[in-house]
Design a protein around this ligand. Structure first.
Ligand code: CIZ
Ligand code: SF4
Length: 322
C-alpha cells in the first residue's frame, strides 16, 4: 500500500496526463477505492461491465484507460476501433476467460449447431466472435427469456452458476459450459446459513456467479449495479454481501449509514485462493495507471476480422438494452 503523500502525487500526475492526452478513465466496481475515486473525480466512470462499455462508446475521448480486467478492454476496442484503449496491466485476466479457450469453445458450438450461442461478457474477443449474443449479468436473464420466447435453444458459456441460475428462472433449454469465477465460487452456503442465523435482520445480496447454495438464500440476486441499488433502497440496516468486496466502496458512498458484511468464504482454508477479492482486479493500481499513461505500452489490440465478428453480438446486446 502507498503512503498518502505518494498516492496524492500519483493522483495529481494521472489527472494531468488524462487531460493532456484527451483520455478518460473507466473503472469497474471491483477495482480498489483509489482507482474508483479517481475515475469519478476526473469525469470518467465507475460501473459494471455493461455500463463501462456504453460509457466508453459515448465518451468523446480519443483514449480510454480501462481499469478492470482484459475482456473489458477488449470490449472497449471492439466497440471503438478508432480509440486507443490502454489498461494499467494487460496481465489482468479472469478465470472465466481462461476457462473458455476459443478453439475448444468453437468445437463445442460446432457440435450443437441447433443452439443459439450466448456468451457472458467475461470472455475473449475470439469467443465473442463465435457467438450470436453477448450478455452481462444485468441483461442475461432478459435476453435468454427473449430467446426462449422465440423457441430458441441456448448454448451458454462460460459461467455455470450464472447459467444455472438463469436456466431455473427462465425455464429455457440451456446447455452449459463448465466455467466459474474463482472469487464467487468461494462463497459457502453453510457459512452463510450460520451467519444469517446470528443476524436474521440482515438482507442477503448475491451476485449470480455465486454457487446455487448461496444464491438460494439471497433476498436480492443480480448484477453489481442491482446490488448497489438494493443497499440504497432497502430499509434494512445490515447487508450480507456475496460478491467482490471492491463493491463496498460504492455501497458506502450511496448508503453511508448501512452496515456491510462480507459473506463467508472458505475462510482460512488453503482452498481459498481469492477470498472475496479478485486477484486480477487488484492488479490495477495508481503506479501502473500512471506508467501506462506515460509509456502507452499496455495497449489493447484486436485483429480486424475478430473485431468485426465480435461487434455483431456485442452491438446486439447494446441495442437490446438501449
Ligand atoms: O464478476 C465480474 O467480473 C462482473 C460482475 C462483471 C460485470 O458484469 O460487471
Ligand atoms: Fe473474472 Fe471473477 Fe474476477 Fe470477475 S471477479 S473478473 S468473474 S475472476
Amino acid at each position: 500500500t502507498l503512503d498518502e503523500a505518494r498516492a496524492n502525487e500519483l493522483r495529481e500526475r494521472i489527472q494531468e496526463e488524462l487531460k493532456a492526452q484527451n483520455a478518460a478513465l473507466v473503472a469497474h466496481y471491483y477495482t480498489d477505492p483509489d482507482i474508483q475515486s479517481l475515475a469519478e473525480e476526473t469525469g470518467g466512470c465507475v460501473a459494471d461491465s455493461l455500463e463501462m462499455a456504453r460509457f466508453g462508446s459515448e465518451h468523446p475521448a480519443s483514449t480510454l484507460v480501462v481499469a478492470g480486467v482484459r475482456f473489458m478492454g477488449e470490449t472497449a476496442k471492439i466497440l471503438n476501433p478508432e480509440k486507443r484503449i490502454l489498461m494499467p496491466t494487460l496481465e489482468a485476466t479472469c478465470s472465466l476467460d481462461i476457462g473458455c479457450p476459443a478453439d475448444e469453445f468453437a468445437a463445442f458450438c460446432d457440435q450443437h449447431p441447433d443452439r443459439t450461442v450466448v456468451v457472458y461478457a467475461n470472455t475473449s474477443a475470439a469467443v465473442k466472435a463465435r457467438s450470436d449474443w453477448v450478455v452481462t449479468s444485468s441483461c442475461a436473464e432478459d435476453i435468454v427469456d427473449y430467446l426462449d420466447s422465440r423457441g430458441e435453444k441456448v448454448l451458454w458459456a462460460p459461467d455455470k452458476h450464472l447459467g444455472e441460475y438463469i436456466r431455473r428462472s427462465t425455464q429455457a433449454d440451456m446447455l452449459l459450459w463448465d466455467g466459474s469465477c474463482i472469487v464467487h465460487e468461494e462463497f459457502k452456503g453453510q457459512g452463510l446459513a450460520d451467519l444469517k442465523a446470528t443476524m436474521p435482520q440482515a438482507a442477503v445480496l448475491a451476485h449470480p456467479e455465486s454457487p446455487m447454495a448461496v444464491v438460494e438464500q439471497a433476498d436480492v440476486v443480480g448484477s453489481t449495479t442491482k446490488l448497489i441499488d438494493a443497499v440504497r433502497t432497502m430499509p434494512n440496516e445490515d447487508f450480507i454481501v456475496a460478491t467482490d468486496r471492491g463493491i463496498f466502496y460504492k455501497m458506502h458512498e450511496v448508503a453511508p449509514d448501512k452496515n456491510l458484511i462480507e459473506a463467508p468464504t472458505a475462510g482460512e482454508s488453503a482452498t481459498c485462493r481469492s477470498c472475496a477479492h479478485c486477484p486480477w482486479m487488484a492488479m490495477n493500481g495508481l503506479e501502473n495507471l500512471l506508467a501506462v499513461l506515460q509509456n502507452g505500452d499496455q495497449e489493447i489490440h484486436v485483429d480486424a476480422e475478430t473485431r468485426e465478428k465480435a461487434l455483431i453480438p456485442v452491438q446486439r446486446m447494446l441495442d437490446f438494452t438501449a
